[in-house]
Design a binder for this molecule. Structure first.
Ligand code: BES
Ligand code: MN
Ligand code: ZN
Length: 496
């Protein structure tokens, strides 16, 4: 899909389709009113007849509108003007792109980017238009023997901006939107691929490919390298599987050598059966998504490279499978992490923290400005925040605030939970320095409290994406979250 920005009156556009909004009840937006004037009240008449009331999500496609040079007009319901906020704007955009996909139009001019959205400027509206449009047309059919026909002719979206002076800002916003959407697409693809294809070796291969295409530095540590480093915790999880573990180090060098990097750490469990503490069969297939943290790190590095962010960013991806076998971790096993701290593995299904803790120790060598880990870590997070917000915990309030703000700006929101030392009590072990589980209460917080013991040397935040990285049910699929949040976070850090 191609995007451009354009200023100019909607009623003068010689395009296949002009898209304009209608508020509830039956109120034309400025662009729709301009079309209506040129068409001698044709649109107002249609509204009066009751064919379009402006309800959010509704659309009405019109042909042969009098006096207009465009072939079609698509009216999109926006809901009540007073309630027209970020989410409603995004939903209107989604409805428009869906409806356009059912027409024969190859290109369309979207006048929705002209609409006022409380708390957001034109740059945001253009960026979000691109992100939502590309998210809406995303399909995953790599694993089907016959690829669905590309019968949708829609190729180009022209985004309206008020004046010629707004074009440079508009173009920059398009580029930002495209980078975010590309990062999300990669994250979705990797998440949606099955565990027998998307193995640790596959992720490593994808990282190498990304490095080649975007000029990133890549290094893949093998089992023996991890043994030398003393990553006993990570390797204890990998032991249960025939697939060799990998540890990916991917770097975007956008700033000076001495500039301390932001390190992103992504959980890369390519399939989580639970191990010996095996999970129930129902919906176990969804545990192929247990590498979505890793996927979001790769997607974010791709976006950072596309935007040439003037910032150093390191992506770390510890990746392996969590399977039961004669060599697998057993409840009660004690393992020694790279930090030297020992861990009693009371539940082999709490494996994410076991691979992340060694990656957090490895991160020290980069003298990071900040470390953010991203993980589908706890079912408890889904109970606490549902599928709306990502869980956020941090050992530094400034970093937490940056991530909260980035989530708002990207409309990919996270919500903070406390990380008070009281919670550490739950991790006490009779036999090792700590246990890998803290019981039922506050499962998301005790998981973070565990990780915090390995993140004492730098500012650190943890994003629990168990509820936000994919959707279940009929629309099952990766969401690409939290790539938008992370790209905004990095862009701000880079001073953009
Ligand atoms: N990958 C899962 C977390 C998960 C579960 C994400 C369901 C999304 C949906 C993680 O490895 C896990 O199994 N966590 C356990 C931890 C428990 C044993 C302390 C959980 O949440 O049940
Ligand atoms: Mn698990
Ligand atoms: Zn897991």
């Amino acid at each position: 899909m191609e995007f451009s920005t354009k200023s100019g009156s909607p009623e003068k556009q010689r395009v296949a389709c002009v898209v304009a909004g209608v508020y509830e009840p039956r109120r034309l937006s400025a662009a729709a009113a301009a079309l209506d004037d040129a068409a001698g009240g044709h649109l107002a008449e249609i509204l009066r007849r009751g064919d379009m009331d402006g309800k959010a999500g509704s659309t009405l496609l019109l042909h042969h509108v009098p006096n207009l040079p465009c072939e079609r007009v698509l009216l999109v319901g926006l809901g009540k003007e007073r309630a027209f906020h970020a989410r409603q704007y995004r939903e209107a955009m989604r409805a428009a792109v869906k409806a356009l996909g059912e027409t024969g139009a190859r290109e369309a001019m979207l006048c929705l980017t002209d609409l006022a959205v409380k708390g957001h400027d034109l740059g945001w509206r253009v960026e979000q238009a691109v992100v939502v449009a590309l998210d809406t047309v995303y399909r995953f059919d790599q694993m089907k023997s016959k690829q669905e026909e590309q019968d949708r002719p829609l190729r180009k979206l022209i985004l309206a901006v008020p004046g010629r002076g707004d074009l440079p800002a508009g173009e920059a916003a398009v580029a930002r939107g495209q980078a975010i959407a590309e990062g999300m697409r990669l994250a979705k693809d990797l998440g949606n691929l099955p565990g027998n294809v998307c193995t640790p070796a596959y992720l490593a291969e994808q990282a190498r490919e990304l490095a080649r295409l975007h000029g990133l530095d890549v290094q893949v540590l093998e089992r023996r390298d991890m043994e030398k480093l003393g990553m006993g915790s990570l390797l204890s999880v990998a032991k249960g599987s025939e697939e060799p573990p990998k540890f990916i180090v991917l770097q975007h060098r956008g700033a000076g050598k001495k500039d301390r990097p932001v390190v992103l750490v992504g959980k890369g469990i390519t399939f989580d059966s639970g191990g010996i503490s095996i999970k129930p069969a129902a919906e176990m297939d969804e545990m192929k998504y247990d590498m979505c943290g890793a996927a979001s790190v790769l997607g974010t590095l791709k976006a950072a490279a596309m935007l040439a962010l003037p910032l150093n960013v390191v992506g770390l991806v510890p990746t392996c499978e969590n399977l039961p076998s004669g060599r697998a971790n057993k409840p009660g096993d004690v393992v020694t992490s790279m930090s030297g701290q020992t861990i009693e593995v009371l539940n082999t299904d709490a494996e994410g923290r076991l691979i992340l803790c060694d990656a957090l120790t490895y991160a020290e060598r980069f003298e990071p400005a900040a470390v953010v880990d991203i993980a589908t870590l706890t079912g408890a997070c889904v109970i606490a925040l549902g599928h709306v917000a990502t869980g956020l915990l941090a050992n530094d309030e400034g970093l937490a605030r940056e991530l909260l703000r980035a989530g708002e700006a990207a409309h990919d929101r996270c919500w903070q939970l406390p990380l008070w030392d009281e919670y550490e009590e739950q991790l006490k072990s009779n036999f090792a320095d700590m246990a890998n589980i803290g019981g039922r209460p506050a499962g998301t917080i005790t998981a973070a409290a565990f990780l915090a013991k390995f993140a004492k040397k730098y500012d650190w935040a943890h994003l629990d994406i168990a509820g936000t990285a994919w959707r279940s049910g009929k629309e099952k699929g990766g969401t690409g979250r939290p790539v938008p949040l992370l790209v905004h976070f990095l862009a701000r850090r880079a001073g953009l």
